[in-house]
Design a protein around this ligand. Structure first.
Ligand code: CMC
Length: 435
């Protein structure tokens, strides 16, 4: 990747007589960055930024977020336009390659992905090693990590051809692996992929078809799921993407890096929030109990948070939530479940929270997970599968970011420093002499 950062001045630091001067750069959009790569050398100090709230970890040309304005762009294209006019597969090409494909480029890409949808027969044995009640994210982390043991011919990260094969394999196999995790949990036979179907239709069929009956994919529902996938494909340097980059920075193989990303995504503050949001709505149960939960969310001594609200970057409405809200109503309409009690709680909760001074002051708006949970439930997925679907879609973003990192000549192994506040050096004391 060729750097496109433009010089924009310098910033000086003066600490106890030690002066440092640091270049400042600007990107296409967003705040400037101070290049502190020589900070320790020039000043003798480290910077301290747990949670990376003021730190850019890399240069990237994939996704841009303006949290104040509520803007999300993939390779420059606004997310609402992409969700409305494009498809998951076309955007996968866009994220990986940087430009929208021509017809011929798309056909070639689509065919390459499609021919990798099956998994090695031996891989199925992994599933029977899991308990039937295993969380599908636990299965996903294990099975995706295990892919490195099956596809040795695509683990050399220094070979661009192998990198491409590994990338296409993961994008293609993720729906198969995810659907198998679901089928295993409900005790139904695995359904093979059917390559004449589109990416999302194929996934729905692998989840919901059974060998005893014909299954036809409902195009309205497939379209909504495709939109959900599009909205989740990339989100710049979030926790799981940073995890993928950090794991990849050591030269780890791509399957291991994506497994690391899945592990990071699982947490309730990140990808697990859609599951947590739906569980919360179910726990609230009825509209009259909402004030009790709002009060708990505001109470500093209570760890409870309104799941599906707030975002590290968006301090305005999450643009994905706007698209998701609409898609959610389309699905509920198509299925005739507009009066779903969970949805009523969700709509009322949204209304109350948006008018509450606590949420207004802290700029806590509903995020994508607030609506995706309701929609996925209506589509027939159990809550445990929600984060799995997020991982399936985000795999494209992880791979695009991992590839970009490997192609960046300034890339180094990620190795943060710390401020040590533990015990000073002391001598070991034998156990019989310790009081
Ligand atoms: N409910 C109640 N209070 C909240 C919430 C919430 N959901 N989120 C933040 N706050 C409060 C928080 O207590 C803090 O208050 P104070 O300043 O008085 O200490 C203030 O708002 C700032 O919160 P923070 O934790 O410093 O903000 P953060 O940027 O570290 O956290 C977050 C962002 C998403 C982890 C957080 O808002 C949260 O836990 N939300 C619920 C989980 C959730 O919905 N996550 C999905 C994120 S979107 C999907 C994705 O992109 O991964």
């Amino acid at each position: 990747m060729e750097s496109k950062m433009k010089p924009a001045g310098t910033m000086t630091v003066d600490f106890k007589g030690k002066k440092g001067e640091f270049p400042v750069y600007e990107g296409t959009d967003g705040p400037p960055v101070v290049d502190i790569r020589t900070f320790a050398k020039q000043t003798g100090a480290f910077t301290f930024d747990p949670g990376f709230t003021s730190t850019g970890s890399c240069e990237s040309q994939i996704t841009f977020i303006d949290g104040k304005k509520g803007v999300l762009l993939y390779r420059g294209y606004p997310i609402d336009q992409l969700a409305e006019k494009s498809t998951f597969m076309e955007i996968a090409y866009l994220l990986l390659k940087g430009e929208l494909p021509t017809k011929m480029e798309f056909e070639e890409f689509n065919e390459s992905i499609t021919m990798h949808t099956m998994v090695h027969e031996q891989l199925k044995r992994f599933y029977s090693g899991f308990r039937r009640d295993a969380h599908p994210m636990a299965i996903l982390v294990g099975v995706v990590g295990a892919l490195a043991a099956f596809y040795h011919d695509s683990t050399d990260i220094n070979d661009p051809v192998q990198r491409k094969i590994a990338s296409h394999r993961m994008i293609a196999k993720m729906p198969t692996i995810a659907a198998m995790a679901y089928k295993y949990s409900i005790g139904q036979p695995f359904v093979f992929p059917q390559n004449n179907l589109g990416y999302t239709e194929n996934f729905m069929r692998m989840c919901f078809a059974v060998p005893a009956e014909d299954y036809e994919v409902n195009p309205v529902l497939a379209d909504a799921l495709d939109k959900i996938f599009i909205l989740h494909m990339d989100h710049e340097q979030n926790a799981s993407t940073s995890t993928v980059r950090l794991a990849g920075s050591s030269g780890a193989n791509p399957f291991a890096c994506i497994a690391a990303g899945i592990a990071s995504l699982w947490g309730p503050a990140h990808g697990g929030a859609n599951e947590a949001a739906l569980n919360m709505l179910a726990e609230i149960g009825t509209v009259d109990r909402i004030p009790e939960y709002i009060a708990r969310a505001k109470d500093k001594s209570d760890p409870f948070r309104l799941m599906g609200f707030g975002h590290r970057v968006y301090k305005n409405y999450d643009p994905r939530a706007t698209v998701m809200r609409k898609a959610s109503h389309e699905v509920l309409n198509a299925l005739g479940v507009e009066n779903d009690p969970l949805l009523q709680v969700a709509m009322e909760l949204e209304k109350i929270a948006l008018e509450d001074p606590y949420f207004i002051e802290k700029k806590l708006y509903p995020n994508i997970d607030f609506y995706s949970g309701i929609t996925l439930k209506a589509l027939g997925f159990p809550t445990e599968m929600f984060t799995v679907l997020f991982a399936l879609a985000r795999t494209v973003g992880w791979i695009a970011q991992w590839t970009e990192m490997l192609e960046d000549p300034s890339q180094k192994i990620g190795r943060p420093r710390q401020v040590y506040t533990g015990a000073g050096m002391r001598d070991f004391v034998n156990i019989d002499k310790r009081s």
